[in-house]
Every structure is written in structure tokens, then in C-alpha cells.
Design a protein around this ligand. Structure first.
Ligand code: SAJ
Length: 410
């Protein structure tokens, strides 16, 4: 098939490469000229396991190319951002992409939306727009399910859901996905597919909120939440997730709001969002409480890790941003380090600089590098607050406090 991919980001680029590797003729299009140039030179614009090798291969064998204008094809796959604006998925970029598609669309062409959209967005907004073209198009929604850091493997090995506006659209789109997905590809209607995607991320958000609430309750009980969770999870039907400093990334803190936007019934979902959104503030309150206990008069906080989760360079919606804002509100000095992130709202320093100049270390993201950091060499550090339970068992000279462990005398 001749496929045009619109949006060469974290999802569009790996998908384009996998389709090209499966033998399709793939053309990639993006509004970001710098990104296009970089990809054309064979360089991936972001870190992703195995992507560099795959990109080099499909560019060399001519199956994948990038283009400054949308190339006509048999199928169009849209993987552009759908940012949260007032708790609704903003379809601005999707409509920009659809406008470009509508100019080259032929009868029988397939249009796939991979971007996350609110339930009913296809039927209520996208279909009326496409109907204006007067073309006989096939429309499908095939929400992505790949986890950043392991995107390529998950894109091939995870089962997929393909929602078609018509059974024929679902059938044609599913055939395309089966050309590179090894797991099962399930077909359904388009609104069910939209709802599944949003619920998958909501499921995770609500479960993380439960773990975070347990962590806060532990303070009242004087228990260690990590020990309690690991013991509770010995029950065959219980799987409590990990508490932490909050929830980040471009999906989990965003998608659940799309249910809140379309249904008044989404009460638990909204509460879970609020619980997770409040975690950064709770972390900073803990920093202040512990600093007072340790009689640290002028706290200088060294933040370790600002990406939204470990071992990735992605800082979108990271809880670290809110943590910084809360620290600034309290006029607390801050130093920041991250081994993967290169661009952040606050200047980044080397690990040594951060450890040398702070009296409190706040571990926000559990990058592997921090497991072996030599905190003992820095006598200026009086307190370490580990929000991820990464440093358990380490005995640094400073007091080590693990967020959620209230068995300690701190
Ligand atoms: N987190 C916790 N505790 C946990 C697990 C995660 O606090 O027990 C935090 C992480 O630190 C991070 C956030 O939650 O800040 C989200 O991380 P994640 O690893 O749970 O998920 P994402 O955002 O990287 O990817 C998710 C995945 N969705 C699900 O697992 C249901 C992925 O499969 C989706 O493709 C992706 O969202 C997306 O694009 O929708």
C-alpha cells in the first residue's frame, strides 16, 4: 500500500518505519521543517530503543521518505498531538491534517486516526468534516498503545483495537495493521475504539491515584506504604500500583479528562485526576516538614530527575514542573539534574554541581543512574527524600526518607 503518515512524533515516526519495514511505500509529512530535515538525514529527533537502526534501514532501502507536502496515497495515517484544552481534546491539529488530506483524497481511500480523541469525536466532528469532501472514504480509529521507551516492541507485540466507521473500514484498516503487528488485531465500531483508548489510560490513572492515596493515608497510620503494598499484592486478585510524586506524560494525566468532558457520570475519574494532580504539592509539603524537623533553616533543594518517568528524555506534563512551581512559591532555592532531558523550563546542572550545592536531595524520577550515585561524598547533604523508593537499602550519610514510609522516625 502507498501510505502517507501525518505527524512524525513519538508515535508517527516509529509507525511509519514499521510500515515501511513491512514492505509498504511510506511517505512522512510533518509541519516541523527541522524535524523533517533531521529525519531525512537519518537522525531520530528523540531517543527510542531500536528506532535509529530501523530508520536508517528503511531510508536506505527507499521504502520510507519524508516530504514537505502531503503526498497522495491509498491510506493516510494521522498521528498528531491532541492537547488538553479546558479538559477537552483539542482537534486543531487533526483538522489541519484532515484539511491537507481532503485536498488529495480519492474515492476508496483509507483515513486512520491514531491520535487520542474524545469518545464520539469521530462520529460528531470528524465525519461531518469529511462528508464535505463528497468522496467515498473509509475512516478508522486505531489508538496507539505503545509505551515510550519500549515503543517499537510494543507496537509489534501488543494486541490492537481497530474501530471502523463501517465494518469495511475496520476490515481494511485491520489488514494494514496485521502487516506489522504480530499480536491479535480486534475490530469494532469507531466510538467503542475511542472509549477503549481513553479508558485504558483512565484505568491506570485511577489505580495510581489509589496507590498515592494509600501513601498519604500511611502518614496517619505510621506504616510503610511500600511494605504494605507488596504484602497486599500477595493476594491473587490484588495489584496495587506504585505511589510516586504524581503522574506525567502526554496521555495519563490528560485522557481521563475526556470522559469528564463528555459525561457527568465520570465522578471517580475526576477525583482520581485531582488526587494525582495534588501529589507534587504533597511532595513539597513533605520537603518543608522534613526540613523543619531536621532544622535546615535555608533549604536548597537538588532535584534529581525531571522527565515524567525513568530512563526517558520526555518531560511532557512531568510532575517535576509542578514540584518546581510549589518550591518557588515557598521561595526555596533549587538545583536541577536529569541525565536524559536536554530542554527544560529551568536550567539543568551536572549531577556533581547539584549534589555539591544542595542540602536536601529530592529524587523525583528514578533514572537508573541514581541507583549508584555517591551521596556519601557530599557532606553538605542533610536529607534525601526519595519519592520512588529507589534508594531503599542505601545508607547515605544524610537522612534518607522514602515518601510513604512513615515507619521511620521522621
Ligand atoms: N506512574 C506511577 N505509578 C505507577 C506507574 C506509573 O506513578 O505505578 C507514573 C509514571 O511515573 C508516569 C505516569 O504514571 O509519570 C505515566 O507512566 P506510565 O508508564 O504508566 O504510562 P505512559 O504515559 O508512559 O504510557 C501510557 C501507557 N498506557 C497504559 O499503560 C494504559 C501506554 O501504553 C500508552 O500508549 C500511552 O500511555 C499513551 O500514549 O496513551
Amino acid at each position: 500500500m502507498k501510505i502517507s503518515i501525518i505527524g512524525l512524533g513519538y508515535i508517527g515516526l516509529p509507525t511509519a518505519c514499521l510500515l515501511a519495514d513491512a514492505g509498504h511505500k511510506v511517505s512522512g509529512f510533518d509541519v516541523d521543517q527541522k524535524k523533517l530535515d533531521l529525519i531525512a538525514e537519518g537522525k531520530t529527533p528523540f531517543d527510542e530503543n531500536g528506532l535509529q537502526t530501523l530508520l536508517t534501514r528503511v531510508l536506505r532501502n527507499g521504502k520510507f521518505s519524508v516530504s514537505q507536502a502531503l503526498n497522495p496515497g491509498d491510506a493516510y495515517l494521522i498521528a498528531v498531538p491532541t492537547p488538553d484544552v479546558n479538559h477537552r481534546a483539542d482537534l486543531k491539529f487533526v483538522f489541519q491534517a484532515l484539511t491537507a488530506v481532503s485536498k488529495v483524497l480519492k474515492d476508496g481511500d483509507l483515513i486512520i486516526i491514531e491520535s487520542t480523541i474524545a469518545p464520539r469525536a469521530s462520529e460528531d466532528e470528524i465525519v461531518p468534516f469529511l462528508n464535505k469532501t463528497k468522496k467515498k472514504y473509509l475512516l478508522a480509529h486505531c489508538p496507539e498503545r505503545a509505551i515510550p521507551g519500549d515503543t517499537l516492541r510494543e507496537m509489534v507485540e501488543n494486541p490492537r483495537i481497530v474501530g471502523g466507521l463501517t465494518p469495511q473500514a475496520a476490515k481494511v484498516a485491520a489488514k494494514l495493521y496485521r502487516s506489522f503487528v504480530k499480536a491479535e488485531v480486534f475490530t469494532t465500531d469507531i466510538t467503542t475504539a475511542e472509549s477503549c483508548k481513553v479508558m485504558e489510560n483512565t484505568f491506570r490513572d485511577v489505580n495510581i491515584a489509589l496507590a498515592n492515596e494509600f501513601s498519604k493515608i500511611s502518614a496517619d497510620l505510621g506504616i510503610d506504604v511500600w511494605e504494605a503494598i507488596s504484602l497486599a499484592n500477595k493476594h491473587p486478585r490484588v495489584n496495587i500500583l506504585n505511589p510516586g510524586p504524581g503522574v506525567g506524560g502526554h496521555c495519563i494525566p490528560v485522557d481521563p479528562w475526556f470522559f469528564v468532558g463528555v459525561s457527568k457520570q465520570a465522578k471517580l475519574i475526576k477525583t482520581a485526576r485531582d488526587v494525582n494532580d495534588k501529589m507534587p504539592e504533597f511532595v513539597v509539603e513533605e520537603v518543608v516538614r522534613l526540613a523543619r524537623l531536621k532544622k535546615i533553616k535555608k533549604p536548597i533543594v537538588g532535584i534529581l530527575g525531571v522527565s515524567y518517568k525513568k530512563n526517558v528524555d520526555d518531560a511532557r506534563e512531568t510532575p517535576a514542573t509542578q514540584i518546581l512551581k510549589e518550591l518557588f512559591k515557598r521561595k526555596i532555592s533549587v538545583q536541577v539534574h536529569d541525565p536524559h532531558v536536554t530542554r527544560f523550563l529551568y536550567p539543568l546542572s551536572s549531577l556533581d554541581e547539584v549534589l555539591r550545592s544542595s542540602n536536601i536531595v529530592l529524587l523525583v524520577t528514578d533514572h537508573d543512574e541514581y541507583k549508584t550515585s555517591k551521596f556519601n561524598s557530599y557532606k553538605n547533604i542533610k536529607l534525601i527524600l526519595d519519592t520512588r523508593n529507589q534508594l531503599r537499602g542505601r545508607k547515605p550519610v544524610a537522612d534518607l526518607h522514602i515518601l510513604g514510609n512513615y515507619k521511620q522516625n521522621l
